[in-house]
Design a protein around this ligand. Structure first.
Ligand SMILES: C=C/C=C(\O)C(=O)O
Length: 287
């Protein structure tokens, strides 16, 4: 396995980008793993988002939201982005109601759960506005929910290889488990939004909304800005998973997780192996 530093990079406009998208989509469609990054790693995040856009166009489902992930300072490129986006598809949106939700992860690939605070837009973002401050984002009407990101990719080394690779494969996302709304969230200080993650009932991480650098609204501002710059302005109903609030917690097929949001409920879930997607069925991946 090569590392991100030693892999040859693509030149802008390289036809390799379409091939990378094809290989990830094909592996995801089979519920299979990939031994290596399928090609040369995109030269920057702009190219990586091109791969992601090509893959979204090939995937037989519609986008219902976006995961936001954090990019460590030493891994940023000339874009200066401190976060990244990955699509959440309709069939990957699972309802936490009833508990013990079975969620799909790629056996032999990467699999983790992340505690998430999830915004649901109540209005379209204005067309043409591509730069958002945290304060401006706070003015976009949205409800807040508890949730769990299913972080999974056919490529086991995705996070080690870095953000250009993460962006190339749907942001290392394979769905979102959506829990209940946090009523009146605008009046709740972010310091009071805390949570704990347990795998097999062992505590693996604690944190909350303030674990996210700049808090929930800074993650929201990034999602608004980057989506608009990509020509995908956010719309009413879109879900934004704002980023891991307790860490990125590896999980294996068959293991259970419980994410406890202090005062707002628990989400319990269990990892299962991803199954092949039926391209004729828009709902494709079913729990
Ligand atoms: C590379 C993925 C990172 C996240 O999912 C995160 O920071 O929440």
């Amino acid at each position: 396995m090569s590392t991100g530093d030693s892999i040859q990079e693509t030149t802008p406009g390289s036809p390799d980008l379409a091939r990378i998208a094809d290989r990830f989509v094909e592996a995801r469609g089979r519920g299979a793993s990939l031994p290596d990054f399928p090609g040369s790693i995109p030269a920057d995040l702009v190219e990586a988002y091109r791969v992601q856009d090509l893959a979204i166009a090939r995937w037989p489902d519609r986008v219902v939201g976006w995961k936001v992930g954090f990019i460590a300072a030493e891994r940023r490129d000339s874009s200066g982005d401190d976060r990244l986006l990955g699509p959440i598809f309709s069939a990957g949106l699972l309802d936490a109601t009833g508990g013990n939700v079975a969620f799909p992860v790629f056996s032999g690939g990467f699999a983790a759960v992340e505690a998430e605070y999830v915004l649901r837009l109540q209005a379209d973002a204005p067309i043409g506005k591509t730069d958002w401050t945290t304060k401006e984002a706070a003015g976009v009407p949205a409800t807040l929910h508890i949730g769990v990101e299913i972080a999974s990719s056919p490529l086991a080394t995705i996070n080690l290889l870095g953000p250009r690779v993460v962006v190339s494969d749907f942001g290392n996302n394979n769905g979102l488990i959506l829990g209940p709304e946090i009523p009146g969230w605008l009046a709740i200080p972010e310091t009071e939004l805390t949570c704990h993650t347990f795998i097999e009932e062992r505590l693996v991480g604690s944190g909350g909304a303030t674990t996210l650098p700049g808090g929930l609204r800074t993650a929201f501002a990034f999602a608004l800005s980057r989506s608009a710059k990509r020509g995908r302005p956010l719309k009413a109903g879109d879900l934004i998973a704002t980023g891991n609030a307790t860490g990125i917690h590896d999980i294996a097929v068959g293991q259970s997780a419980r994410i406890s949001f202090s005062g707002f409920g628990d989400i319990t879930c269990r990892a299962r192996a991803a199954r092949p997607v039926d391209a004729n069925d828009a709902g494709n991946e079913h729990p």
